[in-house]
Design a protein. Structure first.
Length: 301
C-alpha cells in the first residue's frame, strides 16, 4: 500500500471513528511496516508487532512507556522534533531519513502523519518507517546466506557465528532446543502447505516471546534453537515459549493442536562447545517428550 495515499486529508474518512478505532484500523492496514503512534511529547501510544520486533533486534530495552526520541537519534533535539511536528501540521506529512539510535542500525526512511484529522486536542501522530531497500550485493548475499528462507529466522550458519561471539563475550549463557510435537503427523494429516504455515507460525511466536539479548534460529525441520545471553532468564523464556505455543491454532482452514517440547542446557556447566551443549539440550528435550508420553499425551515425531 502506498503511504502517499494516507496524507493531505486522505485520512478524513477515519474522522467518524474514535482514536483507538483509527489506530487499530491503520495497524491492520499497515501491518507490513514498522508503525508507532505517539502523542505531542513523543510518548508511545500504540505500536504494531513489527515495530517492537525491529527495535528489540537492537540493543534497546523495549518499554511500553517509551519515547520516540529514544529510537531516533536526531529526535533527541527538541527543536528538531517540534519542527517536524509543525511541518506535519502545515503540510499533512513529513518524510525523510532518520538514524536509529542503536549500534549496527542504518538510517531508515520515515513518514510521519497526523491521524486524527482536524481535531485540535490531543493530536496523535503516526510514525511509519522501513529500512532503505537499496542494498549492496554483499548485503543481499549475507541476508540470503544467514536467513532461513521458509521462516525468516536466522539459520544454522548464523547460529554457529553467534555462538562463537557470545562465547567470547559471556561467562555463561543458556541454550534452548525446541521441537514441535507430532509435526510429522500434522504434515501427513493436513499436508505440507499447512505444515509450512505452522513452522512460520511457531517461528513468529518464538520471535514475539524472546527479548533483549536472546536470539532464535531454525536448526532444521521442526527444530529451533534459542540462545539466551543472560543465563538466569533461560528457564523463564522456556516457560513463555511453551505457553505461547500450546493450544489449538487456525492455520489456513485447518484447526491444528500445537505443543512443543523444550530442552535446556547452559554454558559452561553442561558443555564448552556447541555440539556438547546442543547434545545436552537435545537429551533434555527428549526427556520432556517422555514425560508427556507418561502422562498419556501423544507427542511423537
Amino acid at each position: 500500500m502506498c503511504f502517499e495515499s494516507l496524507h493531505k486529508g486522505k485520512l478524513a474518512w477515519l474522522s467518524e471513528f474514535s482514536q483507538s478505532e483509527m489506530m487499530n484500523c491503520l495497524l491492520s492496514i499497515l501491518d507490513i511496516y514498522n508503525v508507532v503512534f505517539i502523542d505531542t511529547k513523543g510518548k508511545f501510544v500504540r505500536y504494531n508487532q513489527q515495530f517492537k520486533n525491529f527495535i528489540q533486534s537492537g540493543d534497546y530495552h523495549f518499554c511500553d512507556q517509551g519515547c520516540i526520541a529514544e529510537i531516533f537519534k536526531e529526535l533527541n533535539e527538541q527543536k528538531l522534533f517540534d519542527s517536524i511536528l509543525s511541518n506535519v501540521e502545515d503540510n499533512g506529512i513529513w518524510s525523510g531519513k532518520l538514524l536509529i539510535n542503536f549500534s549496527g542500525f542504518p538510517q531508515v526512511q520515515v513518514h510521519i502523519s497526523r491521524v486524527n484529522g482536524d481535531q485540535l486536542h490531543d493530536p496523535i501522530y503516526m510514525f511509519l518507517f522501513f529500512k532503505d531497500e537499496v542494498k549492496s550485493a554483499e548485503e543481499k548475499w549475507k541476508e540470503l546466506a544467514y536467513t532461513d528462507e521458509l521462516t525468516g529466522l536466522s539459520n544454522w550458519r548464523e547460529f554457529r557465528e553467534k555462538f562463537s561471539i557470545i562465547k567470547k563475550e559471556r561467562e555463561s549463557f543458556g541454550l534452548l532446543f525446541i521441537d514441535i510435537d507430532n509435526f510429522k503427523e500434522i504434515n501427513d494429516r493436513h499436508g505440507h502447505i499447512v505444515g509450512d504455515k505452522m513452522l512460520r507460525l511457531c517461528s513468529n511466536r518464538i520471535k514475539e516471546v524472546i527479548g533483549l539479548n536472546m536470539h532464535a534460529f531454525r536448526k532444521s525441520g521442526d527444530e529451533f534453537l534459542v540462545l539466551v545471553e543472560e543465563v538466569e532468564k533461560t528457564e523463564y523464556v522456556e516457560k513463555k515459549i511453551k505457553r505461547s505455543l500450546s493450544g489449538d491454532f487456525l492455520i489456513g482452514e485447518s484447526v491444528v493442536s500445537v505443543s512443543v517440547s523444550i530442552g535446556l542446557s547452559t554454558y559452561p556447566a553442561l558443555g564448552k562447545d556447541e555440539e556438547t551443549l546442543i547434545h545436552h539440550a537435545d537429551m533434555s528435550m527428549f526427556k520432556d517428550k517422555m514425560r508427556k508420553v507418561e502422562r498419556g499425551i501423544s507427542c511423537g515425531d
